[in-house]
Ligand binder design. Structure first.
Ligand code: AMP
Ligand code: ZN
Length: 470
């Protein structure tokens, strides 16, 4: 089955072809570690997780790099306000980020490079850009990229090179540059930077944000790689600038597929730190919501559609996941013999619907619909006594497989208080065997034994039975 993704670069649904067959190299812009990430940020990271897991589901080996922006104007500003060394200040938020992605069951990237560990790589890129004439040092001591020198500037955002920074705030210290659209590669040290500075051929200072991603992606993924992602707000100028720097250095096409996710909204406004309308993951955990409930909400809408965050959505997520838990429990309790034939068709249809939906630009709604559909059909078979243990096991295997992408289910977790003791299961099996032989006396005796242990057996037609707590 072909995978198709909406590629921001081509504005088309493109068939995915990896540069190296079977392997995908992918870069995802990571967090700026000056605060706890909010669930808007996590919408971007869960989208990238679904993308990664889908690629794996389709058999690709994924090498994912996600950077940690641990130096920029915001990290410097806030570490100084906190009177902490930059590294100490950002450590706390790096650790929090790793805890949070674990809570949300986001698969780990292969590399999480931190900007401060790659200053030399950034300097090397800027040196090449200077040598090739794409960069210049301005009177303010900063080094800028000259967008006039890069023919293809604007290819991603499809903007006119001459008017391209309308609406983008230009900081006061950047008036020395030649053109309004030129962006900083190296920022000269300023008093507000305190002791945060590195030496460079252009004097003391720190790198610009965009050069980080070019340096770290190419270090770990090569001059050209398959996929680059981020939220739509990163597309311009950040990603446009990344392309300009990287392609100006190598002269090669940098990235083949660009995927951008839409925003998480609150009352029709983008959730963002600056607007103050955000919840961190921790805020929601403190209110009693769980990682998988939050994840279910974040992955529930197609990544290219805006998603409005509400507590009703979390409530619904809780109900839905509980329903799936109950369903898995029911499947585990089905013990009667058979060849699984009755469930086979529903399982096959669901697998096909699930895979086709994901292959179609990660179309999550029909993918989730396939899960609900399978649960409904299988429950009906079980109600009618037509589901046997082999079929139930096949259903569980299928959901485990779906969960490789969805990452929200507890297919196998039996909570302590729900677990049926092995002794009861053995008695129930012996009772089923006695009933098969029409040994009613023995069957009644075993039923009483089971009752003494606090369980009862619910029989359905066709020698189907379930163990229930009294
Ligand atoms: P930042 O830490 O601001 O650089 O953002 C990290 C990632 O989160 C980027 O990919 C952003 O595009 C993304 N992002 C920020 N706010 C939202 C939002 N409300 N919804 C979805 N993604 C967001
Ligand atoms: Zn980036």
């Amino acid at each position: 089955m072909e995978l198709k993704f909406y590629n921001t670069l081509s504005r088309n649904l493109d068939t995915f072809q990896a540069l190296t067959p079977g392997c995908v190299r992918m870069y995802t812009c990571g967090p700026t570690v000056y605060n706890f990430a909010h669930i808007g940020n996590f919408r971007a990271y869960t989208f990238e997780d679904i993308l990664r897991r889908t690629l794996e589901y389709f058999g690709y080996t994924v090498t994912q790099v996600m950077n940690l922006t641990d130096v920029d104007d915001k990290t410097i500003r806030d570490s100084r306000a906190a009177k902490l060394p930059l590294q100490v200040f950002t450590r706390k938020y790096k650790d929090a980020f790793f805890d949070d992605i674990k809570t949300l069951n986001i698969e780990s990237a292969e590399v999480y490079p931190a900007a401060t560990d790659h200053i030399q790589e950034m300097i090397a890129l800027i040196e090449t850009l200077m040598e090739k004439g794409f960069a210049y040092k301005a009177s303010d001591g900063c080094v800028y990229f000259s967008i006039a020198k890069f023919e293809k500037y604007g290819q991603l955002a499809r903007i006119d090179r001459d008017n391209q920074r309308d609406g983008v705030r230009i900081s006061n210290d950047e008036y020395a540059k030649d053109a309004v659209g030129d962006f900083a590669l190296w920022k000269a040290w300023d008093e507000v930077d305190g002791d945060v500075a590195w030496d460079s051929p252009w004097g003391k200072g720190h790198p610009g944000w965009h050069i980080e991603c070019s340096a770290m992606s190419m270090k770990y993924l090569g001059d050209s790689f398959d996929i680059h992602t981020g939220g739509v707000d990163n597309m311009f100028p950040h990603h446009e600038d990344e392309i300009a720097q990287s392609e100006a250095v190598t002269g090669k096409k940098w990235v083949n597929y660009w995927l951008h996710c839409e925003h998480l909204m609150v009352d029709n406004t983008k959730m963002s730190k600056s607007l103050g309308n955000f919840f961190t993951l921790r805020d929601l955990l403190d209110k009693g919501w769980t990682g998988r409930e939050i994840r279910w909400v974040l992955i529930g809408a197609h990544y290219r559609k805006k998603l409005n965050f509400t507590f009703d959505a979390l409530k619904l997520a809780r109900e839905t996941l509980n329903k799936f838990d109950e369903f898995f429990k029911r499947m585990r309790s089905i013990k009667n013999e058979g060849n699984g034939h009755s469930a086979a068709e529903a399982v096959r249809d669901a697998k096909l619907a699930f895979a086709s939906a994901l292959a179609d630009d990660l179309n999550i709604s029909p993918a989730l619909a396939a899960l609900f559909d399978l649960m409904r059909k299988i429950n009906r078979l079980a109600d009618d006594g037509q589901l046997d243990a082999t079929g139930a096991e096949a259903v569980l295997v299928t959901f485990r497989d779906f969960d490789r992408v969805i990452g929200c289910f507890d297919v196998d977790s039996v909570k302590e208080d729900d677990a049926v003791p092995a002794e009861v299961t053995a008695l129930a099996e012996a009772r089923a065997a006695a009933r098969k032989e029409k040994n009613w006396a023995e069957s009644d005796r075993l039923r009483d034994e089971i009752a003494k242990l606090g369980y009862t057996i619910k029989d359905a037609p066709g020698n189907v039975w379930q163990i229930q707590k009294i």
